[in-house]
Design a protein around this ligand. Structure first.
Ligand code: SAM
Length: 295
């Protein structure tokens, strides 16, 4: 039987990624069976705030059993029988609870690492069955993992650069910005921190997660391994004269972010500036609450 499979994703970018992976299926094991279809296409519009976010796989001949690949025991047996991938392996699991199961069960010869990796093991649980794929990182992201930190960050950095241009006095201004102390909240892996370090005397980067080693090693960067809610005393100790700028890129929704930012305002000198990215998730969700909180 030949049929079409429609896949609904939570974000439009996942549709794009899915189609990209499908187009590269000759080199990836994400679509290991040739019977997963002959064509993948996105159904627009291409935005995360509207549109159905659907991908259609046409010409699928796999049975539902084949689409639902295997049980946990079968997956572990298949992976244990494979030679351990050379280099680091990143786990990309949904639900996230599968990470701890795999961490405990994968052979020790698999060198698992979330940042420095050459291979990605994708596992997705659906109706009690696991779908999985093992793919070289270099074919999933356009840049190799080592460069991905720097380049991936630079994508995040565009937002910051735009806001900093406004601080400098207008979108066209090229005048260099000179800052004393900057507080970067939600700093890991460090794209913003690295950029701020080029224009500030000191950057205090706050994040419980690790900074990329090359960012942590910058002489004017101090990393506080802490959540923002626990960081105020340390910031005041490091910059008793008050910071010139606070930037915040925490991956929290606005109603969560704004009270955390407000709690750090005592760390700023009078007239200091604040830049916060507001991350609206889903369609219309949180907007009313966010607008109320911001006011
Ligand atoms: C989108 S990333 C930041 C990316 C960063 N601007 C860059 O350019 O590399 C969001 C970060 O917020 C951090 N975060 C989330 N909640 C936090 C909290 N309560 N306190 C500090 N950091 C937090 C996460 O650990 C994560 O590293």
């Amino acid at each position: 039987m030949v049929y079409d499979v429609w896949i609904e994703t939570s974000h439009q970018s996942l549709c794009t990624r899915l189609v990209t992976y499908f187009d590269q299926r000759s080199t990836l094991t994400l679509f290991p069976e040739s019977n997963f279809g002959t064509r993948a296409e996105e159904l627009g519009p291409h935005t995360s705030t509207s549109g159905p976010k659907l991908v259609r796989l046409s010409g699928v001949t796999a049975s539902p059993e084949q689409l639902h690949a295997c049980s946990r025991e079968e997956l572990l047996a298949v992976l244990a029988a494979q030679p351990a991938p050379a280099g680091g392996v990143r786990l990309q699991c949904l639900p996230l609870g599968l990470n701890s199961m795999l961490l405990a069960a994968l052979p020790r010869s698999w060198r698992l690492h979330p940042v420095h990796f050459d291979t990605v093991l994708h596992v997705l649980e659906c109706e009690g069955k696991l779908n999985w794929g093992l793919a070289p990182a270099a074919s999933l992201w356009r840049t190799p993992p080592d460069l991905r930190v720097a380049r991936g960050c630079s994508r995040a950095v565009h937002k910051l650069q735009e806001a900093l241009r406004a601080l400098r006095g207008g979108a066209c201004s090229r005048a260099p910005l000179r800052l004393g102390t900057v507080v970067d909240v939600g700093a890991a892996p460090g794209g913003w921190t690295a950029h701020l370090a080029t224009m500030a005397e000191r950057v205090i980067a706050i994040d419980p997660a690790a900074l990329a080693p090359e960012v942590a090693a910058l002489p004017n960067v101090t990393h506080l391994h802490a959540r923002s809610e626990d960081a105020l005393a340390d910031i005041l100790r490091l910059a008793p004269q008050g910071a010139d700028l606070l930037v915040c890129d925490m991956n929290l929704v606005p109603p969560e972010v704004m009270p955390l930012v407000a709690a750090l305002l005592p760390a700023l000198r009078p007239g200091a500036q604040v830049i916060v990215t507001l991350k609206f998730v889903g369609v219309g969700r949180d907007r009313a609450t966010a607008a109320k909180t911001l006011r």
